[in-house]
Design a protein around this ligand. Structure first.
Ligand code: NAP
Length: 344
């Protein structure tokens, strides 16, 4: 029987969820029910659909609700979680609101599918930068216990939502004329983003780390089930439309050679490994953000090498499509897991 799915939020992640449901032939009624803050028609996955205004009605008879609305007190899941659960739906949320709640599993299907139990009714999907990092690091953690992660993220403008790439597009022609005269919306990025790198994503919090950086610490510990892992992150917004890059240094309890890491990653689910920097074709030597268009569903890993400053250290470069594996695809893969387990 076809499942009834409601998607709340039709911004960048919501529309990518609808495309993933269609491409992967998720066993649901088509089109799914879609809702946002206002009612209007919208082309989604190449088809005109009616977006409803979110109310308790959009959850009636729903088997699964996929939240892709904004976060915080006025956000979609904070406002509508209770109504969706009351209607009997199993919910999967893209936002940060419930990720660290002790009764909410935070799930990346390649890493911790076991954290979903038979009576789970609400599941959170991690932040985009956490997802790509744990998919790449978990096989190494299982083999050699990661004790410390230092990560620098080079994060695309679509990570902000619809307004991010629009700001980059709007500022670029003006920046080509004069970098000083570029006007920008500080509610989107705190400094101009065209031809610039901004070392701030989300507000500053404890110890002068940003909220985005702290997500990499707390979410990683929860997903990898190891509170002893130390993480220090710097997240930088870069003038890229889609595709987050991360330069990651790890220290493991047990010494592990780059060749062993490559062996593990070659076999790891969801990973595409770029093995050899000496490939004659640079596109085969290491991944870059634009390569996510060719491989939108994989976490791309390259430049695996020894950390010359640390005998138990290695370093690698990780890229993924923040809208697909970093958000929409991960959510749809969780929904597929629920179907496989007969939970819906
Ligand atoms: N972008 C990424 O790379 C990424 C990655 C991982 C997780 N996420 C998370 O995914 C969620 C969606 O992000 P996005 O990038 O798609 O943002 P977006 O492009 O700005 O879209 C937000 C959508 O949420 C809807 N919305 C906002 N508040 C709502 C409410 N109270 N009730 C119902 N709908 C509401 C908006 O409705 P209207 O269209 O009517 O304005 C819009 O359709 C966020 O929680 C974000 O943190 C994003």
């Amino acid at each position: 029987m076809a499942l009834k799915v409601t998607v709340v939020g039709v911004g960048l992640v919501g529309e990518t969820i609808i495309s993933c449901l269609k491409e992967r032939r998720f066993p649901c009624e088509w089109p799914p029910r879609v809702a946002a803050t206002t009612e209007r028609p919208k082309v989604l996955a190449g088809e005109e659909m009616l977006v409803e205004e979110t109310s308790a009605e959009v959850f009636r008879n729903a088997d699964i609700v996929l939240f892709a609305g904004k976060e915080g007190a006025q956000g979609a899941s904070a406002t509508w979680r209770e109504a969706a659960e009351k209607a009997g739906a199993l919910c999967i949320d893209n936002g940060r609101d419930f990720r660290l709640a002790s009764d909410v599993p935070l799930v990346v299907p390649e890493v911790n599918p076991g954290s979903i139990s038979r009576d789970t009714r609400f599941i959170a999907s991690p932040n985009c930068s956490t997802i790509q990092m744990v998919v790449a690091l978990n096989p190494i953690h299982e083999a050699a216990r990661i004790r410390r992660i230092i990560v620098a993220g080079f994060q695309s403008t679509s990570g902000w939502g619809e307004k991010g790439p629009k700001e980059l597009r709007k500022q670029t022609p003006a920046a080509l004329e004069s970098l000083e005269s570029v006007s920008f919306d500080p509610a989107v990025f705190p400094r101009p983003i065209a031809f610039n790198c901004i070392p701030q994503i989300e507000p500053f919090m404890e110890e002068d780390y940003t909220r985005e950086e702290l997500k990499l610490l707390y979410e990683t510990r929860k997903i990898m089930r190891d509170d002893a892992i130390q993480v220090s992150a710097t997240c930088v917004r870069v003038p890229v439309f889609v595709g987050h890059g991360q330069s990651i240094w790890i220290e493991t309890q047990k010494e592990i050679a780059p060749g062993e890491i490559k062996d593990l990653l070659r076999k790891a689910g969801g990973v595409r490994l770029y093995e050899n920097v000496h490939e004659s074709d640079p596109a085969m030597a290491y991944p870059t953000s634009i390569d996510v268009h060719r491989h939108p569903d994989d976490v791309l890993v390259g430049r695996v090498r020894r950390d010359l400053s640390n005998p138990r250290g290695n370093t690698l470069w990780v890229v993924a499509d923040n809208l697909r594996k970093g958000a929409a695809l991960n959510v749809v893969q969780i929904a597929e897991l629920l179907v496989q387990r007969g939970m819906v």
